[in-house]
Each structure stands twice: as C-alpha cells, then as structure tokens.
Design a protein around this ligand. Sequence first.
Ligand SMILES: Nc1ncnc2c1ncn2[C@@H]1O[C@H](COP(=O)(O)OP(=O)(O)OP(=O)(O)O)[C@@H](O)[C@H]1O
Ligand SMILES: O=C(O)[C@@H](O)C(=O)CO
Length: 416
Amino acid sequence: MTLGAVADDLTGAIDLATNLAGRGFRTVVAIGVPADEPEPGTDAIVAALKTRSVAADDAVAESLNAVDALARLGCRRYYVKYCSTFDSTAEGNIGPVSEAICDRLGVDSAVVVPSFPAAGRTVYQGRLFVHDKLLHESHMKDHPLNPMRESDVVSLLRPQTRHPVGAVRYEQVHAGPDRIRAALDAETAGGARLVVVDAVTNEDLVAIAAATEKDAVVTGGSGLAAGFIGPRADDPDSVRSGGRAAPPRAVIVGSVSAASQGQVEHARAHLPFRELDVTAARDDLGRHVEALGQWAQKQWNDEPERPVLISSGQVRGHDPELSRVVEHANAALAVELARRGARQFVIGGGETSGAVINALGIRQLTIGRELAPGVAWASGTAPRGGPPGEVTYDVILKSGNFGAPDLFTAAWKELA
Ligand SMILES: Nc1ncnc2c1ncn2[C@@H]1O[C@H](COP(=O)(O)OP(=O)(O)OP(=O)(O)O)[C@@H](O)[C@H]1O
Ligand SMILES: O=C(O)[C@@H](O)C(=O)CO
C-alpha cells in the first residue's frame, strides 16, 4: 500500500521524505498536486504544497485536491505534514486542513504530533520546545511570515476547530502503545477530532507510530515517520538515488532563520559571496539578476567546481510584501544561473525553495543522500525550455533551521 502525504511547504515535504526514506520507503516528492503515476515500486508519495501561509479556505481546497489525487494513485493511508514549530497564519490552517482531510476520508480523529527530537523539537505537557526554549521564546517569535507567540499546542489549535482539542500527555505516552491507544480512544469518545500527543524522544515516536498504525490519517512534523517501518526497512540505502547532475554549483539563501544565517557566515569564508540587494531587485530585477549571473559565471570560469553563494540577508521588520519581492528575485536568480549552466543548487528556506523549484520547472524529486535530520540531496528533471529535452538538477532544499553550520560547504562532498 502506498503511503500518501500532504505537506504544507516544499522543504517540509523534503524533510518528511528524508525521514521516510531513512525508514525504508522508496519516496517521491511531487511538486504541487500529484499528477503523474509514480514509478513502479514507489512506497510513498509526498505532495509538496504551498499552503502554510495562504487563506484557510485555499489551503483546505488545495489539500483536498492533493488527497483525491493521491487516492487515485492508490494511496489508502495519509500523513498530513506541517511544521515542527507548528507555524501557520494567525487564523491557522493546520486545524482546518487536518479536519477536512479526516472528513473526506470518513475518519473520526487524528493525532497531532509536531515533535521532531532529532531537530530539537519536542512536546511536553502540550508545550512545544525548540531545543531548550519554549516556542514563543525561540527564534520563531520573530518569523517574517508566521511569528509564533504561543507555545501550548492545544491553545494554538483551539481557535482552528469547532471540536474539543484532545491531549495525550507524556505519562501515558511513556506507558507504551496500548496506553496511548486507550487514551486516544477516550479523547475521541469525548468528542475530540484532533488529539495533541506529547513526544520527547524517538522512542516516544516509535510508540505513537505503533499505537496509530491502523489510523488512516496521522498529522505531524516529520518526526512521527521515524517510528514507521517501511517495506525496505532492512536496507534503507537501497531506496536512495544518487547525484545525477554535474557542476556549476550555487547556494541561494532566502532564509532568514538563525541557522541559515549562521551557515552563510560560515560559508562566506570559503566561497565567493554576494548579497542580493533587495532595493536593487525591487527597482530593476532583470538588471540586478543579470549582474549577479555575470559575476557567478566569472567565478565558475575560474574554478568550475566551486559553488557561488548568494544570500538575501537579514529581514528588518515584518513586511510580507517585501518577502514576496525577495522570493521572486531569488527564483529569477536561480533561473538566470541555470541559463548559465548551473545544475546543482543548495537552496535555503522553505518559501524560497518553493519559488525556485517552480521557476526551474521541476515537477518531481527523488530523495538521495541524507546530510542531517530532514535534509537530503534530491534529484529532479525539468523541461529544457526552448530546445526539446530535459535538464537534470541535484538540489538540497533546506528548511530554515535545519543543518549543521558547515552545510553549505560540506554538502558537496556527499555528491561525489
Ligand atoms: N532581506 C530580506 N528582506 C525581506 N524579506 C526577505 C529578505 N530575505 C529573505 N526574505 C524573505 O523571507 C522569507 C523567508 O522564508 P523562507 O521560508 O524562505 O525561510 P525560513 O522561514 O527561514 O525557512 P523555513 O520556512 O524553511 O523555516 C521569504 O519570503 C524570503 O523571500
Ligand atoms: O517540520 C519542520 O520543521 C520543517 O520540515 C518545516 O516544515 C520547516 O519549513
């Protein structure tokens, strides 16, 4: 049975696909609502949507389209993937989307498991932690699109549903799958449709996965997948396809997260670096992007294997419109670099990655070597655009806060 997943952004989809691959699922990521039959032998299809920051009605409609498409492709079990920091719009899309999918499939209730301990996200007594900080005290309090000012997951979810929100606390999770199942059933009997489940360690996630293995819908960050047992769990390396493209190489960072900015700081010492000038991009996008393209070409002429690094820098203040301008600029930059031959990209940030992949015309990705929790190389093809034929790209699409400080320089070794 193929597992179907609906992810609310692209890097989140890659994150989930990486964890599924690590558990022995041969996984493809479809960009948008899946249209194509997956290759024979596919165990999981993750639909990468762009619904985290849109109006709830639009997020619901797009998510249902994706579930219907996954059902047509043979999926019978579904994973609703949102961010491990539970971010969405102020009104929130996680409740409406999860409930609509349950309704569509005739399912009474589903677990809510944001926890991803390997990336420092844990839920204890309903409170979401990012490493040692409560969510509302973490970097997420200043996120440019979805600032998070509350850490209690039940409180975050309550305004997003007309039903009571259930909770299964750590004491019950720790007591194992049978107790978790009994607690979930009691919450559902009490009228809850969405039940927030604590998880602090991978063992907790394994227990929750066992307790819910017959549930047709589960929801969460990618962590819960670490508890799944895939069809090729004995040999997870067999599901990975290697790097297929060749240099030139570029790192494009539109992510403003602390981890990405640290990675830029580290890589600047080693790679040719330029900052995308936000004002110049807004005033004359074509000219600015062309200038960056010429600069990159010169670096590649001097050292063909050496990646260039371009970052759009720090956001000042909360300005969604400016964020869109920068996304558009980063996407145009990727197209310009591809036009000049670039085939291997590391992209920082979920929104940025979505914009870039769409602009390059990539419709589907297969997962390759894993570099860090939730981060892996992936390969995809796109129409050549002009002459007939296809172009193959190797990409890392990195969630803002994921990856070690040296990711932008170390990643390339994994392609060899
Ligand atoms: N200098 C800047 N000024 C304004 N907006 C910017 C600037 N640099 C980046 N942005 C925008 O900030 C947003 C960052 O979101 P993105 O999802 O790409 O990264 P992130 O939030 O750090 O990562 P993730 O969503 O994966 O956690 C994008 O819309 C990007 O275009
Ligand atoms: O769950 C996460 O933290 C990531 O996959 C993500 O969605 C960040 O955009």
